[in-house]
Each structure stands twice: as structure tokens, then as C-alpha cells.
Write a protein of this length. Structure first.
Length: 257
């Protein structure tokens, strides 16, 4: 009897391990350059977009203090599948909106509540929340240098969907040194279908350009951000404010599902 119970336990354990392994299968690899704008937006409007059981997880200290939503502009330089071959067109550009949250168990999570993509094939995407920015999708990133002066970087992003959702960023900043962070891993839930969750493993080099909490040297020379329209109208009602300006010089991401 004990031997049978032991075998049964081993069998159940193997099934559990296999299930975890299946849930953690890499589905995509990408090399990216990003600009992350940490924001504080209308709290009631944001809460209405979180799935049942999820609650905002707003930091009370540190560089992300007061941030309840992130607008992340992404230049996906390369996109590859588990076999190493390019996925789709092999590169793309997008902006997505992610809210730091607690899941129903109380664990830290990110809820992706929306986003605009330049490739219609990426909408609505695996998380079911992306809109195709077929009205406008432009992106320019550049670096300029001059004798005796610090290099200056500039980024200009304009994305708009036919239904009116509009996200726009213009920034010029001093190109400086940046920190290579430790590899991290987090769960990213769909704001529309919370049963859909991905694990993202990321390694990045981050340069915090401006932050009123940690007060690093302010490298921002010119900046504007606009968000409005469609399903984003209540979220961006004119009361939103940036709380951190973060240039992600490079990021390597593995998506597991």
C-alpha cells in the first residue's frame, strides 16, 4: 500500500511539474529599445479597467513612487521564435499601457490594459487588448553630437487608432551613462481576459532621465506627452502627470506562456 501511494505521489508530482513546465514554455524572444513614462492617472478610471480581484499597487517610495500606470513605447528591433527564426515581419513598434497591481492572491503583477501597434497582425495580440494604429504610426529615434557638447538623443512617437485612441511622445535628452539591472521576471495579465497571463523575463540597461523622488541629474531638455480619445478618454482626462522619465537603452525579453 505504501509503495502504491508513493508511486501515486510521484505520478502526481510529475504531472504537476509537467504542467508548470508547459505553462513556462518560451514562445518568443525579442531585443528592444524602449522609453517608459511612469504616470499617475485618474484613479477611478484606472480601477474600472482592472479585472475583478485585481487592485492597484502604487509604490509609496523609490523611483516609481505614485505611479499607477506606465506608457511604454517600444521599438522591437528583432523578434524571434523558439526556433530562432523571425516572427512575423521580424520587427515592430508599439506603445502599451500597463498598471502595477496585486492579483487576487495578493502577488505583484502587471495588468496590460491597452496598447497601439503599428502592425495590424499584432492586434489584438495574445493579451487581447491591442488596437491597430492604422490612422497614424510614426516613430523616429536619433542621436546628435557636437564638438565639446554632450550627445543628445531624441524620440518622437505618434500612434492613433481609427476609433480615436491617441498616444504621442516627444522628448529630447542628454545621452548619459546608465545602469545594467539584474535580470527580472514578472507576470503580465490581460486587462480584458485575466485568465490570459504571460511571464516576461527581462534584462535591461536603464537610464532614469528625470525623477522628482530620487532626484537624479535632470537630463531632459524638451518633453511633451499627449494621450486621449476613444476608450482612453476617461483614463487621460487632463489630470494625468508624469512621475518618472525612463530611457531603456536596450532590453532583451523572453516571453513564456
Amino acid at each position: 500500500m505504501l509503495r502504491q501511494l508513493f508511486r501515486a505521489a510521484l505520478s502526481l508530482g510529475a504531472i504537476a511539474v509537467a504542467s508548470v513546465a508547459a505553462a513556462q514554455t518560451p514562445v518568443e524572444f525579442s531585443a528592444e529599445a524602449r522609453f517608459q513614462l511612469d504616470l499617475h492617472v485618474n484613479e477611478a478610471a484606472l480601477s474600472a479597467l482592472l479585472p475583478p480581484g485585481f487592485t492597484p499597487n502604487v509604490a509609496t517610495q523609490g523611483p516609481a513612487k505614485d505611479c499607477n500606470l506606465r506608457a511604454i513605447f517600444v521599438d522591437r528591433l528583432t523578434i524571434n521564435g523558439p526556433d530562432g527564426k523571425p516572427v512575423g515581419k521580424g520587427s515592430s513598434r508599439l506603445v502599451y499601457l500597463a498598471a502595477p497591481a496585486k492579483d487576487p492572491s495578493g502577488a505583484n503583477a502587471q495588468v496590460v490594459i491597452g496598447g497601439l501597434v503599428d502592425d495590424p497582425a499584432d492586434a489584438p495580440g495574445p493579451l487581447g487588448v491591442y488596437l491597430a494604429a492604422t490612422t497614424t504610426h510614426t516613430m523616429t529615434r536619433s542621436t546628435s553630437t557636437s564638438a565639446g557638447g554632450a550627445p543628445l538623443d531624441s524620440q518622437d512617437w505618434v500612434f492613433q487608432a481609427p476609433s480615436g485612441e491617441h498616444l504621442e511622445l516627444h522628448i529630447k535628452y542628454e545621452h548619459g551613462s546608465a545602469n545594467h539591472g539584474n535580470p527580472s521576471e514578472g507576470k503580465f495579465y490581460s486587462g480584458k481576459h485575466p485568465s490570459t497571463v504571460q511571464t516576461w523575463r527581462q534584462e535591461q540597461v536603464l537610464d532614469i532621465l528625470r525623477n522628482p523622488t530620487t532626484n537624479p541629474p535632470d537630463k531632459v531638455k524638451d518633453f511633451s506627452f499627449k494621450a486621449s480619445g476613444g476608450s482612453y478618454a476617461k483614463l487621460f482626462d487632463g489630470t494625468e502627470k508624469p512621475v518618472s522619465w525612463d530611457n531603456v537603452i536596450w532590453l532583451n525579453r523572453t516571453i513564456l506562456q
